[in-house]
Every structure is written in structure tokens, then in C-alpha cells.
Design a protein around this ligand. Sequence first.
Ligand SMILES: NC(=O)c1ccc[n+]([C@@H]2O[C@H](COP(=O)([O-])OP(=O)(O)OC[C@H]3O[C@@H](n4cnc5c(N)ncnc54)[C@H](O)[C@@H]3O)[C@@H](O)[C@H]2O)c1
Ligand SMILES: O=C(O)C(=O)C[C@@H](O)[C@H](O)[C@H](O)COP(=O)(O)O
Ligand SMILES: [Zn+2]
Length: 375
Amino acid sequence: MTTSVTDTVRLDLGPRSYDILVGDGVLADAGPRIAAVTRGRAPIVVTDENVAPLHLPTLERTLRETGVEPTQAIVLPAGEKTKDFAHFERLMDAILERGIERSAVLLALGGGVIGDITGFAAASALRGIDFIQVPTTLLSQVDSSVGGKTGINSRHGKNLIGAFHQPKLVIADTATLDTLPRREVLAGYAEVVKYGLIRLPDFFAWLEQNGPRVVAGDSDARRYAVTASCRAKADIVGVDERESGDRALLNLGHTFGHALEAATGFGARLLHGEAVSIGMVLAFDLSVRLGLCPAADADRARAHLAGVGLPVRPTDVPGVEWDVDGLILSMAKDKKVKDGRITFVLVRGLGDAFTLRDVEPAQVRALLEDAVSGN
Ligand SMILES: NC(=O)c1ccc[n+]([C@@H]2O[C@H](COP(=O)([O-])OP(=O)(O)OC[C@H]3O[C@@H](n4cnc5c(N)ncnc54)[C@H](O)[C@@H]3O)[C@@H](O)[C@H]2O)c1
Ligand SMILES: O=C(O)C(=O)C[C@@H](O)[C@H](O)[C@H](O)COP(=O)(O)O
Ligand SMILES: [Zn+2]
């Protein structure tokens, strides 16, 4: 298969720099690029039970065409619950059973769950081996495959165990999104909107016009949205790899969102992107309450997210009794907490996010109490 257009976004990180290839059908011809990283040997492919039957054959075909005989893939169960200690141990055993050397290369074929756990396995095996990201969800193409945050959840909270470990190459084949369920497409779309909300007001305006085309799978709109998102993330990570400054903006909606995810048990009831959608609206609402952001901007953000079909309030999640004390306890475990104070990502308006530490806890409690009671 010949690919139509392939965009290349470069993440500049000195010796850890890498390319992000974005294109409709780009995976089918990716063998030579993968072989260049693996030095002609087979990567150890990690994928999940949903993705394996759909997209593993394309990857294996291009490897064979390049003269690389694939080894048996490691197939994990699908879903957020796989990002835990038990599955991490299972994955590490499966990797180490192969008697690997430091030249071994892992390849994550799947969504953010597979990318995060495989990246952490790569960071851990023999104290660090190379890995390649082949993201197959909208969320993983626009966000999790880029930037080197890897890790797993713990019973203490979301992503609390992990490492910064950059991939050597990212291959985002937007054609793989044709098989993605609509709910997952929408969840990924929330992270696309995030880039507009934090620093790209023109991109947000483009999404207001073209978001429905992106979600419906229009090839050009989808590729544009993925490439623009990767570029936005690469620009931020390129100047702040380990989140000592502006990278925290990529956490818009996540302090609230991760607490909502923890409260629902990291399962299918609330997907990460859905939690981020609700969390971003809460961040806008908090900014309005603090007199920092015009209410009209918060309304526009909420209207766009709701308009494509994303949840925007905790009460949009069916069958959950929210406990505000529990949410606040979870938020206190956020990785941005410093000297006991939560760092909030807030906004002055659309496309103008910033961080703030001195938010009165009573304001946050009042916001959450109103939100969980539907006010
Ligand atoms: N590392 C980061 O910077 C970062 C950024 C954002 C999110 N994340 C993490 O990413 C995870 C969420 O990732 P996700 O939304 O991709 O979830 P996911 O990996 O669970 O994938 C969602 C579902 O789609 C299925 N799937 C994947 N590709 C498919 C395809 N092409 N066709 C059909 N089904 C397919 C999967 O099997 C799964 O059931 C969360 O754990 C979140 O914390 C990490
Ligand atoms: O890459 C980043 O930096 C992000 O914050 C991207 C987020 O979308 C992602 O969900 C990330 O895993 C959250 O970061 P965390 O440090 O709060 O776990
Ligand atoms: Zn996220």
C-alpha cells in the first residue's frame, strides 16, 4: 500500500530527539523505519487483545517485507485495568523470558495503556532499552505516544509509578482509527481540544468548525488534527522535558480528571479522555469563580466539548455516587503538589492557560460540591 501524505514532526531533545510520522496508511510501509531503530532485528511487540487481530498483521507484513522475521507478540488484556502492577510484572517476565540483551527494542502497538506500560517496561528492563510507539487510538496518537511519560497506576492513584523515557520513533497511522469505537474517538478528541484551550486559540476555533469532521474520521481533518496536536506537544516537551515549567500546562483538567478516574476504579465507566473533558470544564469554571476568566470563554469550551458528545459534568457519568472528600484526597496525591499545595492549571481565557498554587481549598470544595450535585 502506498501512503498518501505523511507529516513528520520532530521532537527536539538533543540526543533523545525523534521523529513522529503521521499519515493515513503510514504503518503499512514503516518496516524500514522500524528496522533502522532495531538495527535489522525483530522488535518485541507488545499489544492488546483488541488491537492484535486488527493491526498486528499490517505491522508483521511490513517487517517481513523489510527482511525482518517478527517474533511472537506479547498480547495483554485491553483497558485501563491493565496499567497495574500485576500486568507490569507479567509483561516484564514475558520480556525477560526472551533472554534479552541491551540491544533489544520494544514496540508498543495500541492505545495509551499499551504505550504507557510498554514504555515503563522499556525504561526498566536492564535499566533501560529502546522502544518505539505505534499508537492506534486518537488519544495515543495526539498525546500519550509523544513526550516520554511512561508508567502505571497504583492503588494510591493514577500514573504514580513510572519514568520519563523517550521513544526512538513514533508512527501514528491515522487509518488505524477507522476501527476505533466512537466513544474512544471522542475520549481522544478531548486531548486534541486541550491543545487549543491551553495555548492555541486559533486551533480551538478551527476545531469549533472542523471537530465533527475529525470525530467522523474525515481523513484530511483527522491528519491535520493529529499533526497539529503532536506539534503542539513537541513544542512544549522540547523546552520542558521533565515538567519543571510549561509542561504542566498539558495537565489542564487532569488534577480533577485523575481524581474522577480513581473514584470510578480506573475502568470503562469513565475513560481517561472523558475525565479530562469534565476536568477541563471544572478548571474553566474554577477560573471563572476566581475572577480570572470570562464566563463566555468557559461557556464556549463547555459547549464545544458537549457538542461533539463528550461528558462535561460529573453528573454526566451514569451510576456514580460522587464523594467530594474522596475526590479532594485523590487530588492531594497529584504529582504537581508542592509543599502540600495543589498546583492548578487554570485559564485566563481560551488558549491562555497558566499554573497557580494559592487556590483556597474552600473554593475547590465549593466547586466540586456544586458540580456533583448538578449545579
Ligand atoms: N503518557 C502520556 O503522556 C499520556 C497522555 C495521555 C493519556 N495517557 C494514558 O493513556 C491511557 C488512555 O489511552 P487510550 O485512550 O488510548 O486507551 P486504551 O489504550 O485503553 O485504548 C482504548 C481502547 O481502544 C482499543 N483500541 C486501541 N486501538 C484500537 C483500534 N485502532 N481499533 C479498535 N480498538 C482499538 C483498546 O483495546 C482499548 O479497548 C490512560 O491510561 C492515560 O492515563 C498517557
Ligand atoms: O505529557 C504530559 O505532560 C501530560 O500531562 C499529558 C497528559 O494528557 C497525560 O494524561 C499524562 O499522563 C498526565 O500526566 P501525569 O504526570 O499527571 O500523570
Ligand atoms: Zn491526559
